[in-house]
Design a protein around this ligand. Sequence first.
Ligand SMILES: NC(=O)c1ccc[n+]([C@@H]2O[C@H](COP(=O)([O-])OP(=O)(O)OC[C@H]3O[C@@H](n4cnc5c(N)ncnc54)[C@H](O)[C@@H]3O)[C@@H](O)[C@H]2O)c1
Length: 335
Amino acid sequence: MKWGLIGCGVIGERRAAALPEGVKLVSCYDPVAARTEKISQLTEAQIAKNEDEVFKTEGLTAVVIAAINSSLVGLIQKAVDRGLHVLVEKPAARSHSELSTLNPKKSVIKVGFNHRFHPAFYDLVNEIKNNPDDPIMFIRAQYGNGARVGFDREWRSNVEIAGGGELLDQGVHVLDLASVLLPDMKVITGYCKTHYWDMKVDDNSWAILADKSGATFTFHVSSSEWKNEFRFEVYTRKRKYQWLGLGRSYGPEKLHIYKMKPEMGPPDYEERSYPGDDLSWKNENTQFQQAVLGKAPPYGGFQDALKCLGFVEDIYEKSKALQGNTNHPLWWRQP
Ligand SMILES: NC(=O)c1ccc[n+]([C@@H]2O[C@H](COP(=O)([O-])OP(=O)(O)OC[C@H]3O[C@@H](n4cnc5c(N)ncnc54)[C@H](O)[C@@H]3O)[C@@H](O)[C@H]2O)c1
């Protein structure tokens, strides 16, 4: 199966380095020549002069789109119009309304929610599924990145290009993970601030969501976390599941399972570790390949992205309603 790649930055390269068996990257495009050259050396893909040249590549089945957020919807639509299947990086658009303009036609659209493909999350989902008599009470997540000089001058800190701040960037991952476990959540409230960076988008956001049963999801995402951190905790009536780390700078990936005893007191404890490389990119690329072959629906697709972007919009709006116009962080198309 022949794939193309549009956007050859950090994530484009990560995708290109994790191609599944049976897939060949044949064409790539990025406005920065050094980036396409690197991808070409890695994969032997031809370097295209522009995105259209990638789309027109002979025998192409699918494209991976890992460019800046403001270009995503236009690129997806062009690919779909040519009958190509698409794996597009999260958040897939700058806003819910922008993604709603897309006509997916008959193409498979997989959205890059690679966190779903971490082994700790597989195990967590299976544990919840295999214990139907033990429902979720609440989920709590913390996700944040450390800092790099000039972060507030990067494209992801520009409202026109990124569409929002930390809530849109890392927030969509935790919203997506929680949606897998609590599919009927609604936003209760949100609070978005720009505490540290010299930018108009949020660098710290908090929110509470809940479903009809009252099962609750709370999270905080931060781009002034100082030390990269990921934790995702699910509390059921009898257990606590604590997923820590994503590998690399986020620390070793682990799942702690605490099981309450009927007599309560200190719980039984099990720790699962997932050392080695971060396989989430390869696992997700492979799932996309399977979806294109018609063997499975995309796990994390267009509707899931729409849902997460709907949450994001709702959280920004509720936060602004709480704080008023003064100094509220901006998000895309906010008057
Ligand atoms: N799944 C994840 O965990 C994860 C993590 C980081 C970023 N992302 C997403 O991946 C995408 C890329 O982010 P990144 O961190 O790789 O950023 P990056 O800045 O490293 O790369 C973006 C690349 O897009 C290129 N580009 C800009 N306009 C383009 C266009 N019109 N056509 C083709 N290429 C274009 C830039 O030159 C750059 O090389 C974003 O949508 C981001 O939200 C996902």
